[in-house]
Design a binder for this molecule. Structure first.
Ligand code: SAM
Length: 482
């Protein structure tokens, strides 16, 4: 039997079934152990040092105890600490992005995904480079600067060269003042050589959802195609890092398996990356299964309530305080609003999950990957975020300034975010307001920027940011960054 070892490169040793089961039993035994819970909560809290605020995070065992705990006051305390951590390391900034679907050709048999090979009633479509250009112009015209590209797995229709061509095309389009400055990539597990090619193409984060950490279920949920190989899929992030990609994004598709098992697996995966590569995941996404063509979410009986979903999000925030957290438009405005307080740092806006969807007048459904709950425009999402006290940020500075992997983490850990990310957020928000926003959003935004500029501690940085903001308003100069 495989023995648990976070430093191992073998999937069954770093995501170890026996260790997860013991963790769940330990969590169940201790879920009302107030003394232990208080001790874990104390450990999770941010604390001040000479270099700024710090946080120690939690182990998968500690975090699993909190997730199992159902004492209302303790759950409230988890939520309070999650918000405190979010504010300490990410401030009130929320990074904006949109997915771009390149192709829905897929040779896999994932039973929860409408792109599965046997689905014959979904039209198959793959964007040409001209179509990619048109989609990018439509996204730039909304104000987006950061994309996550998505594609099914199909070595014939979507080989790595096709993905690389698309990335080049995306970066080459500059429509009016538009610019896509960071392309994150969500494609199937691949080889070290291909990851190196993606790195050389200048990608931001490589995102791959584990879907489920439960191997037996994984094999059933992915009955055919290359994705059936659980070990190859689970070890993908190690290959990506070997290929030079510093920023990787994890995720579980909640609803497929029991959430406590998934949660422990997810935190163990983060611990493994830290143990082997010295840097944890750049982001964690929390998608929930949705209705889609040929897919009925009720066929998966592990769906979770909004309450549990909130608790999972908050417990991830406590366990891995420096990792960005992403919520997509799979979720409604109401759920997104709640989770933003519990640690989410990135949201998508105005997403279309169909291939070629951004150039269509009406939201098309025929090639959609899943139903989108939040269907507001980007302008509406931006204004809503500001009304809720957040700063929508279109910043992409970090990886372009070489602040990836542990260099980004040390920025976070050394409390320099207010002198760096905060002005960057305000400058990129100004770009959005000047170039793309409605009159009302612009008014709300400019007032917010005025207030938020005062929070920049370094006087020199504050003066430069103010000057750059004036330049953006009065000229076509763009893309200032610290
Ligand atoms: N084909 C790649 C892969 O297998 O990883 C790319 C990712 S796919 C386009 C993006 C993600 O959508 C999947 O990893 C999966 O978690 C999610 N997804 C698939 N079907 C879904 C559904 N019915 N509801 C919500 N999310 C879904």
């Amino acid at each position: 039997m495989a023995v648990y070892n976070p430093k191992s490169l073998k999937a069954e040793e770093f995501i170890n079934d026996a260790e997860i089961r013991e963790t769940l039993a330990y969590a169940e035994e201790n879920k009302h152990n107030v003394e232990l819970i208080d001790q874990i909560l104390r450990k999770a809290r941010p604390y001040k040092t000479e270099l700024g605020t710090k946080c120690d995070g939690l182990t998968h065992r500690e975090a699993s105890v909190l997730l199992a705990c159902d004492i209302p006051e303790k759950v409230e305390e988890i939520y309070r600490i999650a918000e405190e951590i979010k504010l300490a390391f990410y401030g009130n900034r929320i990074v904006m992005f949109a997915p771009l679907y390149l192709s829905n050709y897929c040779v896999n048999g994932c039973v929860y995904c409408p792109y599965h090979l046997k689905n014959k009633h979904i039209p198959r479509k793959k964007l040409t480079q001209d179509e990619v250009r048109a989609e990018v112009i439509a996204l730039q015209d909304m104000g987006h600067k950061r994309l996550a590209i998505e594609a099914g797995e199909d070595p014939v229709n979507n080989p790595i060269d096709y993905i690389l061509d698309c990335i080049n095309t995306i970066y080459s389009v500059h429509h009016k003042n538009g610019d896509i400055r960071r392309v994150n990539v969500n494609i199937a597990a691949t080889t070290v050589e291909n990851y190196r090619k993606l790195k050389d193409a200048g990608i931001g984060t490589y995102i791959l959802f584990q879907e489920t950490y439960h191997k037996e279920s994984y094999l059933k949920l992915h009955p055919t195609g290359p994705k059936h190989d659980y070990d190859y899929h689970t070890e993908a992030m190690d290959r990506a890092m070997e290929g030079g990609i510093d920023d990787v994004g994890l995720g579980v598709l909640f609803g497929l398996e029991l959430y406590k098992y998934e949660f422990a697996g997810l935190i163990m995966h983060a611990e493994h990356l830290e143990a082997v590569h010295g840097v944890g995941p750049h982001t964690i996404s929390v998608p929930r299964i949705k209705h889609a063509d040929d897919i009925d979410p009720s066929a998966f009986d592990n769906s979770i309530s909004d309450e549990i979903f909130a608790k999972i999000t908050a417990c991830i925030r406590l366990a891995v305080p420096y990792t960005g957290m992403i919520i997509s438009t799979r979720e409604s405005e109401e759920v997104r609003g709640k989770l933003l307080k519990l640690g989410i740092s990135q949201v998508s806006g105005a997403s279309r999950t169909s291939v070629g969807g951004y150039t269509e007048q009406e939201r098309p459904h025929d090639t959609e990957q899943f139903d989108v709950s939040d269907q507001r425009t980007l302008d509406e999402v931006v204004r809503w975020l500001m009304d809720c006290g957040h700063i929508p940020s279109f910043c992409t500075a970090c990886y372009r300034e070489g602040r990836t992997g542990d260099r980004f983490m040390s920025l976070c850990k050394n409390g320099q975010i207010l002198n760096c990310c905060h002005p960057n957020a305000l400058m990129t928000l100004t770009e959005f307001l000047v170039d793309y926003a409605s009159e009302e959003t612009r008014t709300v935004g400019f007032a917010l920027i005025e207030r938020e500029l005062e929070k920049i501690p370094n006087e020199k940085v504050r003066a430069i940011a103010r000057q750059n903001i004036e330049d953006i308003k009065s000229s076509n100069r763009r893309d200032f960054r610290f």
